[in-house]
Design a binder for this molecule. Structure first.
Ligand code: KIV
Ligand code: ZN
Length: 511
């Protein structure tokens, strides 16, 4: 069986989903979870985007030792140098440089001739090769590029030292058979194609990202770029869990294997969902709550008689049911710290650990069994010194027939302010009261509630997405009381809105 390389770009392309930005600490947690899952290559960001992105890549490179750590870089000297600098601590470092190759991108975005684009690609790959051994080159918008031109630029990039050649369907335009044939033709026609691994990176605009990636694998691709839960720009990228389980379940067709420890799939999916505030839809393949649930009587009967009648994978193989009760109200600080260590969570200071421990004790008083997921949610509620707003107290009143109202007190820049408001429900009244204090005039784009574990004493996890002046942020809150969770999520989003800083988008022309 040959090996399929799994390249995860949750922390780079996934982070390009509006509102999905991750802090350095969150990226380290995701990086450790991906390492535990045995992902081959982790693209942890775009170093030139901002100081924060640079520091995050550096922190992941320091924390993760068993996966290759990669930074994206446009085909621009300063981007490549910045990527190499961020990756210095990595045991295995990869620079992933790219330039657009479709006529529409070359003419309207880059304003360069095809010859100039080839020269730029060769220069970028050579420069990156002088800094690291492992260089990947991508032809952005390859899905709409001309085959002859792709052959020319890829041959030149391989000659310049690229050892992975990535064929992105940047705008999700391709159709499986066509895309598979493109990859096949490239491998057959490029004279030095045997010196590189061919990779694909598919977007999901037509819902075909996984199908296109698998068609490419069937025709010679040996690396797939994907993200946990299919997170990513616009409609997202190919979902890692679907690629891995597709190849594994249909090994009879693909004759291929991956290094992935599939039992880590569900826990990692939950972690990414908690950190980014992007819930997983119940009917999502592999990681959705209903993915292994059998509703109809006929199906249940069949599964009980013989599981394979309706199940092509085992739930436990992808990590369902692996959540164990991990802690309770008698667990001490040392056990708490050790458990978080195991989950890849570290604290910048003893004060941060103490604050999290206080929150853990408060939760354990309300909820007897604390699962890994509860701890992940608890530590995701980060508070930073620069936060403007903090929840002090919340009181709500609801009664059938009465108008719900809320009374909230917040710390705003160190001063306690209160407001009372009514609304169509307890959450609406709470949000109105918060707005009466902060006057943010932000537009609520999304409000969603999820149960973190099962049972009515489960914590509710709330995501709030706000937009103001084109800037989109997510806020997360969790609590056994969903109104309190909602208030926390709104306050967290407002804090992000205040602190969100400009980051360069990698796919703007940097040339
Ligand atoms: O979709 C795309 O083309 C990308 C590249 C930067 C690889 O994300
Ligand atoms: Zn992409």
């Amino acid at each position: 069986m040959s090996q399929l390389i799994i390249f995860d770009t949750t922390m780079r392309d996934g982070e390009q989903s509006p509102g999905a930005s991750m802090t350095k600490e969150e990226k380290v947690r995701i990086g450790k979870a991906l390492e535990k899952m045995r992902v081959d290559v982790i693209e942890s960001g775009f170093a030139a985007a901002s100081e924060g992105d640079f520091e995050s890549i550096r922190a992941v490179a320091q924390a993760v030792k068993n996966s290759t750590i990669c930074s994206l870089a446009r085909a621009v000297d300063s981007d490549i140098d910045r990527a190499a600098e961020a990756l210095k601590a990595a045991q295995r470092a990869r620079i992933h440089t790219f330039i657009a190759t479709s006529p529409i991108h070359m003419e309207h975005k880059l304003r360069m001739t095809p010859e100039q684009v080839i020269a730029r690609a060769v220069h970028a790959v050579s420069r990156a090769r002088n800094l690291v051994e492992d260089v990947e080159f991508s032809c952005e918008d390859a899905g709409r590029s001309e085959l002859d031109f792709l052959c020319r630029i890829i041959e030149a990039a391989i000659d310049a030292g690229a050892r992975t050649i990535n064929i992105p369907d940047t705008v999700g335009y391709a159709i499986p058979e066509e895309f598979g044939q493109t990859v096949k033709q490239l491998i057959e026609r490029i004279p030095n194609s045997d010196k590189a691994i061919f990779s694909v990176h598919c977007h999901n605009d037509l819902g075909l990202a996984v199908a296109n990636s698998l068609a490419a694998v069937a025709h010679g691709a040996r690396q797939v770029e994907c993200t946990i839960n299919g997170l990513g720009e616009r409609a997202g990228n190919a979902a890692l869990e679907e690629i891995v389980m597709g190849v594994q379940t249909r090994a009879d067709l693909f004759n291929m294997t991956t290094h992935i420890d599939t039992t880590q799939i569900v826990p990692t999916s939950r972690l990414v969902s908690t950190i980014t505030g992007f819930p997983v839809q119940p009917n999502k393949a592999i990681v959705g709550a209903n993915a292994f649930a059998h509703e109809s009587g006929i199906h249940q009967d069949g599964v009980l008689k013989h599981r394979e009648t309706y199940e092509i994978m085992k739930a436990e193989d992808v990590g369902w049911g692996a959540n164990k009760m991990v802690m309770g109200k008698h667990s001490g600080r040392a056990a708490f710290r050790a458990k978080l260590d195991e989950l890849g969570v570290s604290f910048e200071s003893d004060q941060d650990l103490n604050d999290a421990f206080v929150r853990f004790k408060a939760l354990a008083d309300k909820k007897h069994e604390i699962f890994d997921e509860d701890l992940q949610a608890l530590v995701s509620e980060t508070h930073s010194e620069t936060d403007r707003y903090e929840l002090v107290s919340l009181e709500t009143h609801t009664k059938t027939g009465d108008i719900p109202h809320a009374h909230i007190s917040l710390m705003v820049d160190g001063e306690e302010l209160s407001a009372r408001s009514s609304g169509s429900g307890a959450v609406d009244a709470t949000f109105n009261a918060i707005e009466a204090i902060v006057n943010a005039s932000a537009h609520l784009q999304l409000y969603s509630v999820n149960a973190i574990t099962s049972g009515t004493d489960s914590q509710g996890e709330v995501t709030v997405r706000l937009e103001r002046d084109g800037r989109i942020v997510n806020g997360l809150g969790s609590d056994t009381d969903i109104v309190v969770a909602s208030a926390k999520a709104m306050i967290s989003a407002l804090n992000h809105l205040e602190s969100a800083s400009e980051r360069a988008h990698p796919q703007t022309s940097g040339v």
